[in-house]
Design a protein around this ligand. Structure first.
Ligand SMILES: [Zn+2]
Length: 346
């Protein structure tokens, strides 16, 4: 079996780390962009044609304590089509008593690119009246299931949720459907990988999709120049990541991202009652946690080697002063270090 030392030296494993961190940073680059878009929407600032903005009273009903979010899941019903599948927007209906909220519901529904069941998750924003902004409360409705109370803002949002949101919402007019699909696929391949190996060609493709997506964002004139500049800067950093030196900390970061993503997917599969997916994810989680521990142990031992080396250097100094006791110690320490080197660096 491949040990941790071989793993961190493996080029394909390094490609996996770079790709994983690249996806994460792409998500970060998109945070502000998404927030900005929804902020413009709630301030009726978007220049996009055909968008029905929410008026003052409607926004008042959505803000903290308003009636829109407090009972959202119960007030919105999906009418099943005869074959049991809801596919058109007419399948969604407002059943609550507040007529102002009904208008808000209809306006938000109009923002859906493809208002089928898969793209709408009213539950995400149900009762989310505290600790999140008005913009985020609306944005979450466009994210996949599982972005409920735990998602309190951009920092707790997975890149995957942003990819889906941008695809599902008409506020985003960037022509990036292909890239978003490919990056969603990449995210799933990376986090569900059993060996954490990525071929050079696949890594190059992933980075190309990230670059194309973020370049399209920087060309979206509907958001302010400052935001677009910051996205461009993030994109430069991501490009550098492709060629950067891999440290232990980066391996650790990538594995922890994988662990988090697996748990997120686990919760999603739990809500979907999918035992096969659950079993697979559980196995992956166990493997990933073990790998993080293995890596930590290895990193600690490398640290020990460094401290032994430092001690030897200090003893050398003592020896040069003629201390016999130190010369015995240095021999012992040299043997320890030599054996450790044989284990880890041979
Ligand atoms: Zn209301």
């Amino acid at each position: 079996m491949e040990n941790v030392k071989d793993k961190v030296k493996n080029e394909k494993y390094r490609n996996w780390v770079k790709s994983t961190l690249g996806i994460e940073q792409t998500g970060r680059a998109l945070y502000e962009y998404v927030e900005n878009k929804f902020s413009d929407y709630t301030h009726s600032k978007s220049t996009l044609a055909g968008v029905s903005f929410l008026d003052h009273t409607e926004l008042f009903h959505i803000r903290n304590g308003g009636c829109f979010l407090s009972n959202l899941s119960n007030n919105v019903k999906q009418l099943k089509s005869p074959n049991g599948k809801g596919t058109s927007k007419s399948k969604w209906q407002w059943t609550g008593s507040c007529q102002t909220c009904k208008t808000s519901f209809e306006k938000i529904l109009l923002l859906y690119e493809n208002p089928c069941r898969k793209d709408i998750c009213w539950e995400n924003s149900h009762k989310s009246v505290h600790s999140i902004t008005l913009e985020w409360a609306i944005a979450k409705m466009f994210m996949p299931p599982g972005n409920g109370s735990k998602n309190t803002g951009p920092k707790t949002t997975e890149p995957l949720a942003l990819f889906q949101l941008i695809r599902a919402c008409k506020l985003f007019k960037i022509d990036s459907v292909g890239q978003l699909e490919k990056l969603t696929e990449a995210r799933n391949n990376l986090f569900h990988s059993s060996d954490n190996h990525v071929d050079e060609k696949d890594m190059k493709d992933y980075f190309q999709y990230m670059d194309e997506l973020l370049k399209n964002v920087t060309e979206d004139k509907d958001v302010d120049q400052g935001t677009r500049d910051r996205v461009a800067k993030c994109n430069e950093k991501i490009e550098k990541l492709k060629h950067s030196e891999m440290t232990m900390a980066l391996f650790d970061d990538a594995l922890k991202l994988k662990r988090k993503a697996i748990f997120d997917d686990f919760e999603k599969s739990l809500s979907e009652n999918d035992p096969d997916a659950l079993k697979e994810l559980l196995e992956l989680a166990v493997k990933t946690v073990a790998e993080i521990q293995e890596l930590k142990k290895y990193a600690d031992e490398v640290k020990n080697i460094d401290s032994y080396k430092k001690e030897i250097d200090e003893l050398r100094l003592e020896i040069s002063k003629g201390d016999a006791y130190c010369s015995v110690l240095i021999i012992i320490l040299t043997i320890i270090v030599a054996s450790l080197f044989r284990i880890y660096f041979s």
